[in-house]
Ligand binder design. Structure first.
Ligand SMILES: [Zn+2]
Length: 173
Protein backbone atom coordinates (compact mmCIF):
# COMPACT_ATOMS: atom_id res chain seq x y z
CA UNK A 1 0.00 0.00 0.00
CA UNK A 2 1.40 3.38 -1.00
CA UNK A 3 1.12 5.89 1.84
CA UNK A 4 1.99 9.55 2.18
CA UNK A 5 2.19 11.63 5.35
CA UNK A 6 -0.57 14.23 5.64
CA UNK A 7 0.85 17.52 6.92
CA UNK A 8 -0.66 20.42 8.82
CA UNK A 9 -2.77 22.44 7.90
CA UNK A 10 -4.50 19.60 5.99
CA UNK A 11 -8.03 19.32 7.44
CA UNK A 12 -7.96 15.51 7.31
CA UNK A 13 -5.86 15.67 10.50
CA UNK A 14 -8.96 16.97 12.33
CA UNK A 15 -10.93 13.81 11.54
CA UNK A 16 -12.11 11.63 14.42
CA UNK A 17 -10.95 8.12 13.53
CA UNK A 18 -13.35 5.17 13.53
CA UNK A 19 -13.05 2.01 15.59
CA UNK A 20 -11.56 -1.00 13.78
CA UNK A 21 -14.03 -3.87 13.54
CA UNK A 22 -12.40 -6.09 10.92
CA UNK A 23 -8.94 -7.47 11.66
CA UNK A 24 -8.41 -8.51 8.06
CA UNK A 25 -5.76 -8.38 5.33
CA UNK A 26 -6.62 -4.75 4.63
CA UNK A 27 -5.71 -3.83 8.22
CA UNK A 28 -2.52 -5.90 8.06
CA UNK A 29 -1.55 -4.24 4.78
CA UNK A 30 -2.08 -0.81 6.37
CA UNK A 31 0.05 -1.74 9.41
CA UNK A 32 2.77 -3.26 7.22
CA UNK A 33 2.89 -0.07 5.15
CA UNK A 34 2.76 2.40 8.06
CA UNK A 35 5.70 0.86 9.86
CA UNK A 36 8.46 1.33 7.23
CA UNK A 37 7.15 4.82 6.47
CA UNK A 38 7.46 5.75 10.16
CA UNK A 39 11.00 4.36 10.37
CA UNK A 40 12.11 5.96 7.09
CA UNK A 41 10.86 9.36 8.22
CA UNK A 42 12.60 9.01 11.64
CA UNK A 43 9.35 8.79 13.56
CA UNK A 44 8.72 6.99 16.85
CA UNK A 45 4.95 6.86 16.39
CA UNK A 46 2.41 7.17 13.61
CA UNK A 47 -1.39 7.23 13.63
CA UNK A 48 -3.34 5.99 10.61
CA UNK A 49 -5.03 9.37 10.10
CA UNK A 50 -1.56 10.79 9.40
CA UNK A 51 -1.56 8.64 6.26
CA UNK A 52 -5.18 9.52 5.47
CA UNK A 53 -6.81 6.39 6.94
CA UNK A 54 -9.37 7.45 9.56
CA UNK A 55 -9.20 4.32 11.71
CA UNK A 56 -8.07 3.86 15.32
CA UNK A 57 -4.66 2.37 14.48
CA UNK A 58 -1.22 3.35 15.80
CA UNK A 59 2.29 2.05 15.31
CA UNK A 60 5.06 2.91 17.76
CA UNK A 61 8.71 2.04 18.17
CA UNK A 62 10.50 3.85 20.98
CA UNK A 63 14.29 3.99 20.52
CA UNK A 64 16.23 1.79 22.96
CA UNK A 65 19.17 2.97 25.11
CA UNK A 66 21.44 2.89 22.04
CA UNK A 67 18.99 4.97 20.01
CA UNK A 68 18.11 1.96 17.85
CA UNK A 69 14.61 0.91 16.81
CA UNK A 70 14.86 -2.85 16.24
CA UNK A 71 11.87 -4.21 14.31
CA UNK A 72 10.93 -6.59 17.14
CA UNK A 73 10.16 -3.59 19.37
CA UNK A 74 7.25 -2.51 17.19
CA UNK A 75 3.95 -1.91 18.96
CA UNK A 76 0.80 -2.16 16.88
CA UNK A 77 -2.05 -0.61 18.84
CA UNK A 78 -5.63 -0.81 17.66
CA UNK A 79 -8.70 0.75 19.33
CA UNK A 80 -6.74 1.97 22.40
CA UNK A 81 -8.53 3.18 25.54
CA UNK A 82 -6.74 4.77 28.50
CA UNK A 83 -7.73 2.96 31.72
CA UNK A 84 -5.35 4.64 34.20
CA UNK A 85 -3.31 7.82 34.14
CA UNK A 86 -1.06 9.38 36.70
CA UNK A 87 1.47 12.16 37.31
CA UNK A 88 2.60 14.94 35.06
CA UNK A 89 5.56 15.36 32.73
CA UNK A 90 6.84 17.90 30.22
CA UNK A 91 8.53 16.81 27.00
CA UNK A 92 9.59 18.53 23.80
CA UNK A 93 7.34 16.92 21.21
CA UNK A 94 7.42 16.89 17.46
CA UNK A 95 5.16 15.32 14.85
CA UNK A 96 5.63 13.88 11.36
CA UNK A 97 2.55 15.92 10.33
CA UNK A 98 4.03 19.18 11.66
CA UNK A 99 7.60 18.97 10.34
CA UNK A 100 10.46 20.86 11.94
CA UNK A 101 8.51 22.22 14.89
CA UNK A 102 9.08 21.19 18.50
CA UNK A 103 7.39 22.42 21.66
CA UNK A 104 7.17 21.41 25.32
CA UNK A 105 3.85 19.69 25.96
CA UNK A 106 2.41 18.59 29.30
CA UNK A 107 1.28 14.93 29.51
CA UNK A 108 0.48 12.30 32.11
CA UNK A 109 3.66 10.62 33.33
CA UNK A 110 2.23 7.10 33.24
CA UNK A 111 -0.74 5.64 31.40
CA UNK A 112 -2.30 2.20 31.16
CA UNK A 113 -4.23 1.25 28.06
CA UNK A 114 -6.42 -1.53 26.79
CA UNK A 115 -6.08 -2.15 23.06
CA UNK A 116 -6.26 -4.84 20.41
CA UNK A 117 -3.47 -6.33 18.35
CA UNK A 118 -3.62 -6.93 14.58
CA UNK A 119 -5.58 -10.15 15.12
CA UNK A 120 -8.15 -8.56 17.43
CA UNK A 121 -6.72 -10.01 20.67
CA UNK A 122 -7.26 -7.76 23.69
CA UNK A 123 -4.08 -6.54 25.38
CA UNK A 124 -3.13 -4.24 28.21
CA UNK A 125 -0.03 -2.09 28.49
CA UNK A 126 1.39 0.02 31.31
CA UNK A 127 3.63 2.74 29.94
CA UNK A 128 5.91 5.38 31.38
CA UNK A 129 8.69 7.59 30.02
CA UNK A 130 8.74 8.35 26.31
CA UNK A 131 6.38 5.48 25.49
CA UNK A 132 3.65 6.99 27.71
CA UNK A 133 4.14 10.38 26.04
CA UNK A 134 4.08 8.90 22.54
CA UNK A 135 0.92 6.90 23.25
CA UNK A 136 -0.88 10.07 24.42
CA UNK A 137 0.39 12.05 21.41
CA UNK A 138 -0.75 9.34 18.96
CA UNK A 139 -4.10 8.81 20.72
CA UNK A 140 -4.77 12.55 20.36
CA UNK A 141 -4.47 12.07 16.58
CA UNK A 142 -7.41 9.62 16.76
CA UNK A 143 -9.54 12.49 18.12
CA UNK A 144 -8.30 14.93 15.48
CA UNK A 145 -6.03 16.73 17.94
CA UNK A 146 -2.46 17.83 17.20
CA UNK A 147 0.16 18.73 19.80
CA UNK A 148 0.11 22.32 18.56
CA UNK A 149 -3.57 22.47 19.60
CA UNK A 150 -2.30 22.29 23.20
CA UNK A 151 -0.15 25.42 22.97
CA UNK A 152 -1.05 28.68 24.69
CA UNK A 153 -2.50 31.43 22.50
CA UNK A 154 0.79 33.33 22.21
CA UNK A 155 2.87 30.21 21.47
CA UNK A 156 0.30 29.12 18.89
CA UNK A 157 0.59 32.52 17.15
CA UNK A 158 4.37 32.18 17.12
CA UNK A 159 4.03 28.71 15.64
CA UNK A 160 1.64 29.86 12.86
CA UNK A 161 4.11 32.56 11.88
CA UNK A 162 7.13 30.25 11.86
CA UNK A 163 5.27 27.45 10.07
CA UNK A 164 3.99 29.73 7.31
CA UNK A 165 7.52 30.98 6.77
CA UNK A 166 8.81 27.39 6.61
CA UNK A 167 6.15 26.39 4.04
CA UNK A 168 6.98 29.43 1.92
CA UNK A 169 10.69 28.65 1.99
CA UNK A 170 9.99 25.04 1.03
CA UNK A 171 7.88 26.17 -1.94
CA UNK A 172 10.61 28.52 -3.14
CA UNK A 173 13.47 26.02 -2.91
ZN1 LIG B 1 1.88 13.41 15.63
Amino acid sequence: MKLNIVEYPDKRLKTISKEVKLFDDKLHDLLDSMYPLMINTNGIGLAAIQVSHAVRVLVLNIPDDDGEQPAENILEIINPVITHKNGETLYQEGCLSVPKFYEDIKRYETVSINYQDRNGNTKTLEADGLLAIAIQHEMDHLEGILFIDKLSYSRRKKFEKEYKRMLKERKES
